[in-house]
Design a protein around this ligand. Structure first.
Ligand code: FUL
Length: 449
């Protein structure tokens, strides 16, 4: 249930005490609303079975027999995802497009006689299906002989310019992995992050740049799909860099309570054990139960979920994965399709710290969803949800705490034991400035699995 007094919230939010934290840019706000995107790891590793290619693989190894990017886009769309991010270049250096800066690309392969371009096909499929298109371009390159010299940074900048130059349309997210290993000559590279970011933003000003420290969004700190219950979309980045120079893991997980920059968390996880497709992992595609848990612990903890669904050697998303994505979509529709708070009467205490919700009748629920109006920043640092139940507790006006938590952010879903109630209240017990809650919803998982 969306609260319909946004203008009042804005007016009141301007009152005491002042909130002085960062707020999202228009691009970050749009990005946050996407909630769920597809990650696509595809390249020579799909054919070798390696997770990190060595960079010495023959270009001909990349040979999808029936590449169908429209099938990927159709699958992502039907799954309820809003965008696709592809590994245009992984650490092995192989480029899925004919990058003029490299001699290790689709153009040197015999796939489609060297005329193929996966980025062209995928970006056009995304347009066709109304999805946004994003790219992972690894700075670590185990193939490029210039890696480890200042010249490589120049080449990498021209590589970014080639992809962001416009021929693949708008790019909504640039994914920068912080990994910095050795190149083919045994040297490591000192990356010029300011120049990389500046290059992307000069050509794709609305792109959200992912890295350990943003500037658009940050790595959430693990690859298991589990964001932290306390998750601030704010981070202090002064003195930190992506990779080895990143803030400690618990900071990446929690953000900084008074962080000076708006850098929300993105949760990346694979639907399979590995990032790249392997036939042997077909029986290990995550179950709907596992995906449901991941959803509650990522999207439900103020984070965007980037779910990796790696295409197989045909260049298609395997039937097992696509079926699972549809079952998972069905689960979400079943659970989140009916907001049990609909039709409720809502009263807000004048300081914005207590919301009283009266449902039209007693209803059972086991998920409580809270949202903040993040266009005003992230404010709430602690809250309780209570129900009024005279049968159970007569003290405190019958109010009984059934859930408590720390941050809310764009979306927070709190799983609880099934409860039946007619009157609830959300009590904000800690907040930076006046709280600006924008939604309260109730759902039930009963019989959903
Ligand atoms: C990691 C990489 O090293 C993995 O291969 C994968 O691409 C993952 C998403 O990021 O850091």
């Amino acid at each position: 249930m969306k609260l319909r007094c946004a203008y009042l919230l804005i007016l009141l939010a301007a009152c005491t005490p002042q909130f002085e934290g960062p707020v999202p840019s228009a691009a970050q706000l749009e990005w946050q609303k996407m909630e769920y995107n597809m990650f696509v790891h595809f390249g020579p590793n799909t054919f070798s079975g390696l997770e990190w290619g060595k960079g010495t693989e023959a270009e001909d190894l990349f040979n999808p027999t029936a590449l169908d990017c429209r099938q990927w886009a159709a699958t992502a769309k039907a799954a309820g995802m809003k965008g696709i991010i592809i590994t245009a270049k992984h650490h092995d250096g192989f480029c899925l497009w004919p990058n003029p800066e490299s001699t290790h690309t689709v153009a040197q392969s015999s796939w489609r006689d060297g005329q193929g371009d996966v980025l062209a096909e995928l970006s056009s499929a995304c347009r066709e299906y109304g999805l946004k298109f994003g790219v992972y371009i690894s700075p670590w390159d185990r193939n490029d002989p210039a890696y480890g010299t200042p010249e490589y940074n120049e080449k990498f900048i021209r590589t970014l310019q080639d992809v962001h130059g416009g021929r693949y349309g708008q790019i909504f997210e640039q994914w920068f992995d912080g990994a910095c290993g050795e190149g083919p000559t045994g040297k490591k590279q000192v990356y010029d992050w300011p120049a990389f970011n500046q290059t992307v933003l000069s050509l794709s000003p609305s792109a959200v740049i992912f890295s350990d420290v943003g500037p658009g969004c940050r790595w959430m700190g693990n690859e298991r799909g589990i964001a932290c219950e306390t998750n601030w979309s704010k981070l202090d980045v002064e003195g930190f860099t992506p990779g080895a120079g990143a803030p400690p893991r618990d900071t990446l997980q929690q953000g900084n309570v008074h962080g000076s920059a708006w850098i929300p968390a993105e949760t990346d996880v694979s639907i399979r054990p590995g990032w790249f497709w392997r036939e042997s992992e077909n029986p290990q595609v995550k179950t709907v139960e596992q995906l449901a848990d991941i959803w509650l612990m990522s999207v439900g903890r103020n984070s965007l979920l980037l779910l990796n669904v790696p295409p197989d050697t045909r260049g298609r998303i395997h039937e097992i994965d696509s079926l699972r994505l549809m079952e998972f979509r069905d689960w979400r529709e079943k659970v989140f399709g009916t907001d049990l708070a609909s039709g409720a009467r809502v009263r807000r205490r004048s300081d914005g710290r207590v919301l009283e919700i009266e449902l039209p009748e007693y209803r059972s629920f086991d998920l409580i969803q809270l949202q903040e109006d993040i266009s005003l920043g992230q404010r709430v640092s602690s809250f309780e949800v209570q129900i009024q139940n005279f049968d159970v507790a007569l003290a405190n006006g019958g109010w009984w705490t059934i859930a408590e938590g720390t941050t809310i952010g764009y979306k927070r879903i709190i799983p609880i034991e099934p409860r039946k109630a007619r009157k609830l209240r959300v009590v904000v017990t800690g907040s930076q400035g006046r709280p600006a809650l924008s939604g309260v919803s109730l759902f039930s998982r009963e019989d959903s699995l």
